[in-house]
Design a binder for this molecule. Structure first.
Ligand code: CA
Length: 230
């Protein structure tokens, strides 16, 4: 599964260069050309990382970064900031706002791809693996099997996809609507309480041996995979 990168950049030539190089490196991309649409796109899609230009119309990159960090569902989303400025004070300001890494323009596309890979490896090791695990739960994507503490866990297809979605993004909080869009698909009509039904089944299956709950219900927000759930 290819990681999805949100490119927030307003200069068309830069967008083209970034898109071309990231897609050539087995990364999927979506693009926002101003700060406000970057934040909107974040509500609709589930990027694994953001490449964020400092100078953006509508809302600056710094402000976008700040807002991403303030939102519960995206506070740990990896961000690489791009800027034309090279001053140390700007660099520090960028990192203080919550960017994970920082590149000064002009940079080599290879350098950016290397930084993206490094950041994804650090934050989302699951993207490169055929096995996903979290705490004592393990999912084998090749054999389509789930175990907890080595004991097999039986899951229906929807619960399997739901668990996979969580295992790939541990700690992040997802609303019911978001889960519907990304686990069920946008073309399928299901009510949001359907999510609750499948979460309940997933919990029941995972806790069959009396293990602690690892899915957290966040009131008014949704669900997340969280070992400190109970
Ligand atoms: Ca710009």
């Amino acid at each position: 599964m290819k990681p999805l990168v949100l490119i927030a950049e307003d200069e068309p030539a830069q967008v083209e260069m970034l898109r071309y190089n990231l897609e050539a490196s087995e990364l999927n991309t979506i693009v926002a050309t101003d700060g406000r649409s970057a934040l909107l796109l974040l509500e609709e899609e589930t990027p694994d990382l953001v490449v964020l230009d400092w100078m953006l119309p509508e809302l600056s990159g710094i402000e976008v970064c700040r807002q991403i960090r303030q939102r519960r569902e995206s506070k740990s989303l990896p961000i690489i900031m791009l800027t034309a400025r090279g001053e140390e004070s700007d660099r520090i300001r960028g990192l203080e706002t919550g960017a994970d890494d920082y590149l000064v323009k002009p940079f080599s596309p290879n350098e950016l791809v290397a930084r993206i890979r490094a950041l994804l490896r650090r934050t989302r090791p699951a993207l490169a693996e055929e096995k996903l695990d979290y705490n004592d739960v393990q999912m084998d994507l090749v054999e389509h099997r789930v175990t907890r503490n080595g004991e097999p866990i039986r899951l229906g297809p929807t619960e399997f996809r739901l668990l996979r979605f969580f295992l790939e993004r541990p700690g992040r909080v997802f609303s019911r609507e978001h889960l519907l869009d990304h686990v069920w698909g946008r073309d399928v009509y299901v009510e949001s309480r359907t999510v609750d039904v499948h979460i309940r089944r997933l919990r029941k299956a995972l806790n069959v041996h009396g293990d602690p709950d690892i899915i957290r219900t966040v009131r008014g927000a949704g669900y997340s995979l969280d070992v400190n759930a109970s």
